[in-house]
Design a protein around this ligand. Structure first.
Ligand SMILES: [Zn+2]
Length: 359
């Protein structure tokens, strides 16, 4: 059973949400859907883990561009309201970047979709043909049923998808990195990671984790360009990086006093999370804490007050999971920390909701 090497994690659908095998059909089609929601690939895949959902996709691409394997390619997903299409297609659920309107998707999701399509076409030896009918190899859900899927925005880019993917298959264009970094990455930057850490020469899963660390070395390559200083983390995929902040202005490190001011401004979280992040960024948490205790860096900034919190971290996680409040990625981290919560703790609860451990 297999998935593309581009996946950052595998969250397999419940076995009663897809068909084992493909009834003798070969894989020769590609069908992108939209989620009608803003989710990570893992969150979408978790929906297909619910038994009797009667729906699935081979892959889910999150708003952060992370690709998650759900239904092994050898199997037919239940995705496009068409048995014959799904028997022949690799189906992909793509997150939207905001709700409603023309249901846009992020650049990171688009780049991941292109990269996945190129990889699928290469391995299964076909090209994308889009003629607006089910006869083409690039097909849409709304060819088979009365649905908006894949949404106006993504549908408007189907011909472009065809062109970009085929030209990459022809070797005419450099492969699209997945996803495009949203911020410049430099040695000394602190990055936040959500996903699977991979060893340097394979896609072996070491452990699913969320952590952060300081970049100690940048190695060219789309998949595993950074080596972090957290020892056991090793190499990581670009697509696992959900946030980054520069801890060094050009070559200069920030002073301990500057960092203390950032602590007051809520940029480094609280408790153990703060200690770990400071350590990972090369600062001594004890020195920083002493400065903070003395009030260094406090001028003009207000630290979030615990007593103003009306909700628990679980409540916040529930809002994230059920309502989509608090944004995603970097934005979520900023908002959650600005409100005085421990981001790692909140995110751990979100992951528990996503995995069904917590209802
Ligand atoms: Zn669909």
């Amino acid at each position: 059973m297999s998935f593309s090497n581009l996946v950052r994690s595998v969250v397999r659908a419940a076995s009663d949400n897809y068909t084992h095998g493909r009834d003798g059909y070969k894989i020769c089609k590609f069908t992108p859907h939209h989620m009608s929601g803003v989710l990570t690939g893992e969150q979408c895949a978790a929906l297909f883990q619910r038994s009797s959902r009667d729906a699935s996709a081979n892959y889910c691409i999150g708003v952060d561009g992370g690709i998650v394997g759900c239904v092994d390619e050898e199997y037919r997903s239940w995705c496009s309201s068409s048995r014959s299409n799904d028997c022949q297609a690799i189906t992909v659920e793509v997150s939207n970047s905001s709700y409603g309107g023309n249901w846009p998707i992020s650049d990171a999701s688009w780049n991941a979709l292109v990269a996945l399509a190129v990889d699928v076409c290469r391995r299964h030896n076909f090209r994308l043909v889009y003629d607006g009918t089910p006869n083409g190899s690039l097909t849409r859900h709304n060819m088979f049923s009365n649905t908006d899927c894949p949404g106006p925005y993504l549908q408007s880019r189907f011909q472009e998808l065809c062109n970009v993917v085929n030209s990459q298959l022809d070797g005419g264009v450099a492969p699209t990195p997945i996803p495009a970094p949203s911020v410049g990455r430099n040695v000394g930057d602190v990055v936040t990671i959500n996903g699977i850490f991979t060893s340097s020469n394979s896609n072996v899963q070491l452990h699913p984790a969320r952590n952060s660390g300081r970049i100690t070395k940048i190695i060219p390559g789309a998949l595993n360009p950074y080596l972090l200083d957290n020892g056991d983390l090793g190499w990581i995929r670009e697509s696992c990086i959900i946030g980054a902040s520069s801890s060094s202005q050009s070559s200069g490190r920030k002073s301990n006093e500057q960092i203390a001011a950032e602590v007051w401004a809520g940029k480094w979280g609280v408790g153990e999370d703060r200690k770990n992040r400071l350590k990972a960024a090369g600062y001594d948490p004890n020195i920083i804490q002493n400065l903070v205790n003395k009030g260094v860096g406090k001028n003009g900034t207000v630290t979030p007050s615990k007593s103003t919190q009306s909700k628990s971290a679980i409540d916040v996680a529930r809002e994230i999971w059920t309502k989509g409040n608090w944004g995603t990625g970097d934005e979520r981290r900023r908002k959650v920390e600005a409100a005085g919560y421990n981001y790692s703790e909140v995110q751990r609860y979100v992951n528990e909701f996503a995995s069904g451990k917590r209802k």
